[in-house]
Design a protein around this ligand. Structure first.
Ligand SMILES: NC(=O)c1ccc[n+]([C@@H]2O[C@H](COP(=O)([O-])OP(=O)(O)OC[C@H]3O[C@@H](n4cnc5c(N)ncnc54)[C@H](OP(=O)(O)O)[C@@H]3O)[C@@H](O)[C@H]2O)c1
Length: 353
């Protein structure tokens, strides 16, 4: 087999890491490619679920003796602590690896230190290869670890004139089946799906991952969270069907914000404490407005259907904006056509002060 460059190996490791999206929390996604002393690929691995083997250990097991004097190319600094599995830094040293190439350092104070341990054992360590690519592949986990609360993606569906339902309240379905399948794929990458009680009362959604495009079943269902100050979620609501874990987050349990609703900062802190690193906020317009007004949305994913309603509720309500200079500006990072609809992915620009 031909030898590959460290850069190519990192590109592959980033691809491998992505396979773990949605199933590794509270751990990160990590990919690893092991090259032997001649630069041939002798092992590949990714972290699939918390408690399972880390990417480096999977790749080392495949490589066996051929790891000796080789290079481990890994998307995140190898861990240096014993949790449910042993430290990867030690495993790499014991396997006789000569060089470790890392894309991004580990911000987790519990696990960091792998690079120092490797260097102390005489292993050459290089940091920063394809760092921004690896960072974006692991953005939810890295953001959550650095600041202590989960990464929040607000997803909505609307007509081209920004309506989330018709004037009579009917909203099924605004977007195409292709777009709805795309949402299931997005749900499969997060740890929790959050809605307001208004959406539960209006639509009675299930909020589970279904209909994955490749026909596979979700390995793990995200936690379903209903933000419900006074506990109005009906006893027979579909979110209580047992198909996935559900948390009805009331103000009594989480704490109340200034307007009497559930305190959203406390909600995110509590979710972080439960191991949630990535949240998909699926509405409705009022809860999304409250999240945006509080500056708690990290990414917006809008599905826009080529339809017009001319009347009906807006996709977003009360986001704390009353004048044009206060508009929440977004930077579009992707536009993709999904069936007949457009999926627009954007980042809220950080506000001054
Ligand atoms: N097109 C889409 O993408 C989409 C997605 C979802 C929903 N929808 C539509 O949206 C409509 C429902 O919207 P909605 O705005 O009434 O419901 P919502 O945003 O799902 O829920 C709002 C409710 O959440 C509760 N809440 C608790 N804490 C809160 C806080 N801190 N901030 C804000 N709300 C808090 C409040 O009820 P309590 O005070 O009782 O707790 C509030 O009335 C439905 O017609 C549905 O079809 C559309």
């Amino acid at each position: 087999m031909a030898s590959v460059s460290v850069d190519e190996a990192m590109r592959r490791a980033i691809e491998l890491a992505a396979r773990g999206l949605g199933t590794t929390s509270p751990n990160p996604v990590v990919g690893c490619v092991l090259l032997d002393a001649d630069g041939e690929v002798v092992g590949e691995g990714f972290h699939a679920y918390a408690g399972g083997p880390h990417a480096e250990i999977v790749a080392l097991a495949q490589a066996g003796q051929r790891a000796k004097d080789g290079t481990a190319v890994v998307t995140l600094e190898p861990c240096d602590h014993t949790g449910r599995t042993g430290p990867c830094s030690t495993a790499l040293v014991q396997a006789g690896v000569a060089r470790v190439v890392i894309a991004v350092p580990d911000p987790n104070p519990v696990a960091t230190g792998g690079a120092a341990t490797l260097r102390a054992a005489g292993v050459r360590v290089d940091l920063g290869v394809r760092a921004s690519e690896a960072e974006s592949g692991n953005v939810a986990w890295l953001t959550a670890m650095r600041r202590g609360w989960p990464f929040v993606i607000w997803k909505y569906a609307a007509t081209l004139d920004g309506r989330s339902a018709a004037a009579d309240g009917t909203s099924m379905w605004i977007t195409s089946e292709a777009a709805r399948m795309d949402v299931h794929a997005l749900r499969a990458t997060v740890d929790a799906v959050v809605v307001g009680v208004g959406t539960v009362l209006a639509d009675d959604p299930r909020l589970t991952v279904r209909n994955l495009r490749d026909g596979s079943l979700a390995i793990r269902q995200p936690l379903r969270v209903v933000v419900d100050s006074a506990g109005r979620t009906p006893v027979d609501a579909q979110v209580r069907d047992g198909a996935a874990r559900t948390w009805i987050a009331t103000a009594a349990e989480v704490g109340a914000g200034p307007d009497g609703g559930v305190d959203l900062f406390a909600l995110l802190a509590a979710l972080h404490g439960q191991g949630v690193r990535a949240v998909l906020l699926e509405g409705g317009p009022r809860l999304a407005g409250a999240f945006l007004a509080a500056g708690l949305v990290d990414r917006v994913v809008g599905y826009l259907a080529p339809r017009l309603l001319g009347a009906g509720p807006a996709a977003l309500v009360d986001a704390g904006v009353t004048t044009i200079t206060d508009a929440i500006d977004l930077e579009i990072i992707d536009v993709t056509q999904v069936g007949p609809d457009l999926r627009i992915t954007a980042l809220p620009r950080k506000r001054e002060g």
